[in-house]
Design a protein around this ligand. Structure first.
Ligand SMILES: Nc1nc2c(ncn2[C@@H]2O[C@H](COP(=O)(O)OP(=O)(O)OP(=O)(O)O)[C@@H](O)[C@H]2O)c(=O)[nH]1
Ligand SMILES: [Mg+2]
Length: 477
């Protein structure tokens, strides 16, 4: 049974916001005590958090559907609904989060680094919160918003400072077992290691991690052996170590041609060219191995490699090797200015949060924007008052004005939102007179003293700000 999984598809769903409550306070002898419907609770988020104690994505392979809980609806008596609980999903250090199309959303490195994979829906405001000077007893409340749902892919790229590469049976796992406390499987048949092993090495004051990957053979890039798939786990390393077998019994092989063959496969994989490399000649406890090492050492050094002769069995040369690696790792860390732990890519917002767009399309007008789309989701279309409130909000944002500008007429079709979940209206302008679009429900400019255009715009902006404050005060995120 495999216990190591380094790529999973995960379906995450945040909790829905609870609906707001429309209720009127009742008390003996006080028949109309005012609105007292509470707000709905926020839906829980789904959050990925790095836990360095975890090294595999196996849990998500077994149960790939994860959902946070919903917010509770508000109740009468100004009782707010409880928030849903966030669902925290621990992931290994070095987990890369991708969307279904393969775009990187986040690169989670460092204990505690987190990423909101799906955001919970906001709770809807109750009618108590919707009451204002001009709307004393709203007979409606806002709906909770649905939580986000996404299909994502998690891909593990192990975070190790040192990566060991080499032919099968060169002694990579043996070296990890003697340099660190890790106890990987070791055997004299090829491809003993089927998944990367990770060990922690302490050399002087430097602590670093060391990983091997399954053995490589010529043609790995065409899928021979276990292929190059696992090289993803060495992508983050600071130094590559070629582990060369000085005592192989295969007649067509020797450490130098092995090195060339592995380099050819690394080049095929790509992206590792800039990493420093050192050469480890292993198995020098075997006399023939030591002889061969002596023979080829000058050759390798002439090529610019730092060469270490070691034996994982007799433990010869290990101290020197581990300190040399510590030195390279320490230098690489010093050269890296920012800690990788903050490398987070924020999911781009599709539309500018503050604004909206109106576009004329084939036979209809489409309104896009974070706010208009959210407001539509919050509207209970069975309640005329709620629909009126939506119209007011859209009007205040300037949507009607913009519709007039792009040429919309009464009765035209207006679509709010993207293709998949749009809401379609037959547009009825709040005021029939095309140019006079600045009024609001229950007011008629014809009775007002005429205001200059600049003043009207200012008034409208102030009113819009008030409405937004009103909303955001209750939804502070
Ligand atoms: N004599 C001798 N044998 C060694 C030494 N290092 C490893 N071996 C032996 O070589 C064989 C392969 O060792 P592993 O550590 O499993 O090799 P590997 O590179 O991890 O191999 P794969 O996981 O198959 O890629 C085992 O039988 C080890 O006991 C060494 O320094 N001297
Ligand atoms: Mg191995």
């Amino acid at each position: 049974m495999t216990t190591f999984v380094d790529r999973v598809e995960l379906h995450v769903a945040a909790g829905n916001g609870g609906h707001g409550c429309a209720s009127v306070h009742r008390e003996k002898f006080k028949p109309l005590g005012g609105p007292d419907g509470g707000n709905g609770g926020r839906g829980g988020d789904v959050i990925l958090v790095v836990d360095t104690g975890i090294t595999t994505l196996i849990d998500y392979h077994h149960s790939p559907h994860r959902k946070a809980t919903n917010g509770k609806p508000g109740e009468g008596g100004n009782r707010s609904g409880a928030d849903g609980q966030d669902l925290v999903l621990p992931v290994p250090d070095g987990t890369v989060v991708l969307d279904a199309k393969g775009n990187v959303l986040a690169d989670l490195v460092g204990q505690g680094t987190s990423f909101i994979a799906a955001q919970g829906g906001r709770g809807g405001l109750g009618n108590a919160a919707l009451a204002s000077a001009r709307r004393k007893a709203p007979g409606f409340a806002l709906l909770g918003e649905p939580g986000q749902a996404h299909d994502i892919v998690l891909e593990l790229k192990t975070v190790a400072d040192v990566a060991l590469v080499g032919y099968p049976s060169a002694g990579k796992s043996s070296l990890i077992s003697v340099l660190s406390a890790a106890k990987p499987k070791i055997a004299d048949y090829p491809f003993t290691t089927l998944v990367p092993n990770l060990g922690v090495v302490t050399a002087g004051s430097t602590v670093y991690t060391i990983a091997d990957v399954p053995g490589l053979i010529p043609g790995a890039s065409q899928g021979k052996g276990l292929g190059l798939e696992f090289l993803r786990h060495v992508e983050r390393c600071s130094v590559l170590v070629h582990v060369l077998d000085t005592a192989t019994l295969e007649s067509h092989r020797d450490p130098v041609t092995d090195l060339d063959a592995i380099e050819a496969e690394l080049a095929e994989y790509g992206g590792l060219g800039d990493r420093p490399r050192i050469v480890v000649l292993n198995k020098v406890d075997i006399p023939d191995g030591q002889d061969l090492a002596d023979l080829i050492r000058p050759d390798l050094e002439a090529r610019g490699y730092q060469v270490f002769e070691v034996s994982a069995v007799s433990r010869h040369g290990l101290r020197e090797l581990s300190f040399a690696l510590a030195d390279i790792v320490a230098r690489a860390r010093a050269a890296r200015p920012v800690q990788e732990a903050t490398r987070i890519v924020i999911r781009p917002q599709a539309v500018d949060d503050a604004g909206f767009t109106v576009t004329a399309e084939d036979g209809f007008y489409r309104v896009r924007g974070e706010k208009p789309e959210r407001w539509v989701r919050q509207t209970d279309f069975n309640n005329d008052e709620a629909v009126g409130y939506l119209a007011d909000r859209l009007n205040r944002l300037g949507v009607e004005e913009e519709l007039v500008k792009v040429g919309a007429r009464a009765g035209d079709q207006v679509v709010i939102g993207p293709e998949e979940d749009a809401v379609v209206f037959d547009w009825e302008p709040s005021l029939a007179a095309g140019a006079e679009m600045l009024g609001r429900r229950g007011e008629d400019h014809r009775f007002d003293a005429p205001r200059p255009a600049a003043q009207r715009r200012k008034d409208r902006d102030a009113e819009r700000d008030e409405a937004e404050r009103e909303y955001d005060e209750f939804n502070p995120f």
